[in-house]
Design a protein around this ligand. Structure first.
Ligand code: URA
Length: 206
């Protein structure tokens, strides 16, 4: 599995805002949104282009236009926090949603919702901000793979070493983009140092 950890100063800046327990949920949402632009820019570096002949106000010239077909799939609910970058930057992107919840006792994923656009032969960007045990992300990847995508990218804000190992064992063919690889999981499967519960902090729930 290819792993790309963002090194851009802006990503480190916004990540620190996300980690800070004193960040209000409004500011938290904004920082997650900004980070989503940085993640999707890095993730889409290899999108395919076609040549396009155009005319500037001065002369004919040749340019490029995107030929890749792309889909962003949010893992509910925290994945909603990373939609802005893909939505605003990528032309003609379509959106899907997978509801996976973690059983608090076993930490095993359970599906409660699936709504995907056409996935076959497309580049899929799965938005799953916290790669903890890897159970939910792996579940989402398995779901998408059933529909024969061209390539799958997973975008996370923070990843645990345990989650990375789990995903790379199960899905060596994907590319993972992450804001940070953190130290470890604690006994409740939270990432340390992490940022707490991403969904709660995005939406102001407790
Ligand atoms: N999900 C979260 O929101 N935070 C963690 O630390 C782990 C899983």
């Amino acid at each position: 599995m290819e792993i790309i950890e963002l090194e851009h100063p802006l990503s480190q800046h916004y990540l620190t805002i996300l980690r800070d327990k004193n960040t209000t949920f409004e500011t938290f949402r904004l920082a997650a949104s900004k980070l989503s632009y940085l993640l999707i820019i890095e993730a889409t570096k290899e999108l395919q282009l076609d040549d396009k002949e155009i005319e500037t106000p001065l002369i004919p010239t040749s340019g490029k236009e995107l030929s890749s077909n792309t889909v962003a799939v949010s893992v509910l609910r925290a994945g909603l926090g990373l939609i802005d970058g893909p939505k605003d930057l990528i032309p003609n992107m379509t959106f899907g949603y997978i509801g996976v919840q973690r059983n608090e006792e076993t930490a095993e994923p359970e599906n409660y919702y699936e709504n995907l656009p056409e996935v076959k032969d497309k580049d899929i960007f799965i938005l799953e901000p916290m790669l903890a045990t890897g159970g939910s992300l792996s579940y989402a990847i398995d779901t998408v793979k059933k529909y024969n995508p061209r390539k799958i990218y997973a975008l996370t804000v923070i990843s645990s070493p345990e989650g990375i190992k789990y995903i790379s064992d199960k899905h060596p063919d994907i590319t993972l983009l992450t804001g940070s690889v953190d130290e470890k999981l604690n006994e409740n499967f939270y990432i340390i140092p992490g940022l707490g519960d991403m969904g709660d902090r995005l939406f102001g729930t407790v």
